[in-house]
Design a protein around this ligand. Structure first.
Ligand code: FES
Length: 310
């Protein structure tokens, strides 16, 4: 599928892969800060390195060069370019750099498709890890420097794994859901990837929806409430149309992993679908159907929907 990227995103991507002057693809030899986020197994990974102009007082070090190695799609590379450009152009101290957020990266690109927001979050997370690394190398006490939580922040993100597909832990989810003000499962998946593969962690007990409910209370429950079904007054054509629209909301996640789902037929509450691409041979396909496709249709269309794979 082709994503609706801004011209700036496309230009940055092309410039980076063509190695044009002024781009940042690569790795700094003997860097002053190194941060990594994601994993190749999960489809996106970023290693950020930066070099500082050293000052007598390490707190006055200034980031003068930043580079990245990214395994990912167009937006992952463009977001990494954006991050490095922001860091170099603003001449920030590493601690000031912690105020660069994923929203700054999205703004720099002129926007990102919702399903690709996680690329900007990945950049912000790698930057945070690189600043913690710099602090360790330079002997900076981040807590004393007014940073709420220093390297302990990364350690605190360890804990129960909620999303096994992307190895996302509960403490990390809780922290990022609040920092990024994420209110729905879709927003969590778009920003953090959690829930974006087999979907089993989305609505399982202790899963993403439960964590959202715990954090936001009734507000999350209200957001997640299924739309009122209008089946009685609905023509078969309109019902199939609405089902297809609901399927479209999960297709982004499937396409991101090389798969897709097609609507084949609708008979009463039976929805017949075909999984294609990588989903057709995925061992977790049945889990995807139950936890992602069927769950979505039951929420949005009709709680009695049965999804049948053909
Ligand atoms: S367990 Fe989270 S997407 Fe599979």
């Amino acid at each position: 599928m082709s994503w609706d990227y801004t011209q700036k995103t496309k230009d940055l991507f092309l410039a980076a892969v063509q190695g044009r002057e002024g781009t940042h693809l690569g790795e700094i030899a003997s860097p002053d800060g190194v941060g990594e986020h994601g994993s190749i197994v999960c489809g996106d990974a970023l290693k950020l390195t930066f070099r500082v102009e050293k000052a007598a007082n390490p707190l006055d070090d200034v980031i003068v060069e930043a580079k990245y190695l990214t395994f990912g799609c167009t937006s992952a590379i463009a977001a990494s370019e954006a991050l490095c450009t922001i860091l170099e152009s603003r001449r920030l101290t590493p601690i000031q750099a912690l105020s660069v957020t994923n929203a700054d990266i999205v703004d720099f690109l002129g926007g990102l498709p919702q399903q690709k927001i996680h690329c900007s979050v990945m950049g912000a997370d790698a930057l945070e890890a690189a600043v913690f690394d710099w602090a360790q190398r330079r002997g900076v006490d981040l807590a004393a420097a007014g940073v709420k939580r220093g390297e302990e922040k990364l350690a605190e993100d360890e804990g129960r794994i909620v999303c096994k597909c992307f190895a996302v832990t509960e403490p990390y989810l809780r922290r990022r859901i609040q920092e990024l003000s994420l209110h729905t499962v879709e927003e969590v998946t778009n920003a953090l990837k959690a829930g974006g593969m087999c979907g089993a962690c989305r609505y399982a007990p202790g899963g993403i929806q439960d964590i959202l409910n715990d954090i936001w209370g009734a507000e999350a429950a209200a957001v997640a409430a299924p739309a009122a079904p209008a089946a009685a007054a609905e023509s078969p054509f309109r019902r199939a149309q609405r089902i297809n629209e609901a399927l479209e909301s999960v297709r982004g996640n499937l396409r991101a992993d090389g798969g897709n789902v097609e609507l084949v037929d609708v008979k009463g509450n039976k929805v017949f679908v075909r999984l294609t691409g990588a989903c057709a041979t995925c061992p977790g396909a049945q889990g995807t159907l139950a936890a992602l496709v069927e769950k979505t249709l039951r929420e949005r269309i009709d709680p009695t929907v049965d999804v049948i794979r053909v």
